[in-house]
Design a protein around this ligand. Structure first.
Ligand code: AVJ
Length: 320
């Protein structure tokens, strides 16, 4: 490795998170590390799995009720989407908005430039009247950007992405979203709901092993970006339902005692046989817990829509 490559690796944006995550007890890596180009592609595959009901169910609720949702949001709306990705589910909302207003300004916010470019390419052709203003940024920077606009907003936060945060943290995230809005603006929040473990576990441990590949991509990414020597075969994907905390917990379990070297961090990490490293929580909500995080965030819950099986819900909340 040249000195230049070494310097490159040393400034990898994941270096700090990996160093602190692998040196703490118990070991844990944050779920945002899943989403490099490879991981984002794997997540797209997850959304199409038969066991992963979330994306499909949310899309069907939107298809059925987007008219009512947009109606409730108000007139002359500017649309904002957090973590828009390719904005596939958003098309339903845009279609309904364009029935009610001649022009729609849409600010999709995402860290992935390529996803936003895909979104722009497909949306521009299909919706004359839509003015696209893509923002390549994380939520925080992106929200600051849109806070400047004075028009009435509808902010979309879909896919139960809020479920990755601890409830207190989720309240704080919503509060920062709220700070980029004005009183009376609307938030449309998608949340996965508590249900039988028989449905939840397969959604996070599918038969084809795509979720396992998605989880292990964290290790592959450390190998790629930080010169790690993780043996992906020496770890097992584990998903457990924690009913007390109402969350799915995802781990990587070391199948044997082993030492892993991470060159760019000058680190040797010991794993015991059976040791579990936490990589993600995915909280599942009830109407009560959704209301609680919305209130912490400075929103008033106004209306909810769900599917026939009540597996997923979308909530329209009003900024106080
Ligand atoms: C993108 C956070 C909503 O929790 O269901 C999917 C991520 N992890 N399978 C979720 C995920 C494993 C997903 N979110």
């Amino acid at each position: 490795m040249s000195a230049y490559e070494r310097a490159e690796r040393a400034v990898s944006p994941i270096a700090e998170d990996v160093l602190s995550g692998l040196t703490r007890t118990p070991k844990a890596l944050p779920p945002k590390l899943f989403y490099d180009a490879e991981g984002s592609q794997l997540f797209e595959l997850i959304t199409e799995l038969p066991e992963y009901y979330l994306t499909r169910t949310e899309a069907s609720i939107l298809e059925q009720f987007a008219g009512e949702m947009v109606e409730a949001a108000g007139d002359e709306i500017t649309l904002v989407e957090l973590g828009a990705g390719t904005a596939t589910k958003t098309r339903t909302v845009i279609r309904e908005l364009l029935k009610r207003q001649r022009r729609v300004n849409f600010y999709p916010i995402d860290v992935s430039r390529s996803a936003l470019e895909d979104a722009a390419r497909s949306l521009n052709g299909d919706f004359p009247g839509l003015a696209l203003h893509p923002v390549v940024a994380d939520y925080c920077a992106g929200l600051e950007e849109i806070a400047k606009s004075a028009s009435r907003k509808l902010v979309l936060y879909l896919g139960s992405s809020i479920g990755n945060f601890e409830p207190m943290q989720a309240g704080a995230v919503l509060h920062s979203v709220r700070n980029s809005m004005r009183p009376g603006d609307a938030l449309l929040l998608g949340t996965d709901l508590v249900k039988s473990e028989k449905v939840l576990i397969p959604a996070y441990d599918d038969a084809q092993g795509v979720t396992a590949r998605f989880n292990k991509n964290i290790l592959a990414r450390i190998n790629r970006e930080l010169g790690g020597d993780f043996d992906l075969e020496a770890f097992k994907h584990v998903a457990v339902w924690n009913p007390k905390s109402s969350r799915i917990e995802i781990y990587l379990e070391s199948l044997r005692e082993q030492v892993v070297i991470i060159e760019a961090l000058g680190l040797r990490v010991h794993f015991g046989g059976g040791e579990r490293m936490h990589t993600e929580n995915s909280y599942k909500f009830t109407p009560h817990t959704v209301r609680s995080i919305l209130n912490m965030g400075g929103f008033e819950m106004e209306r909810s829509w769900t599917d026939r099986r009540e597996w997923f819900a979308l909530h329209l909340a009003r900024a106080r």
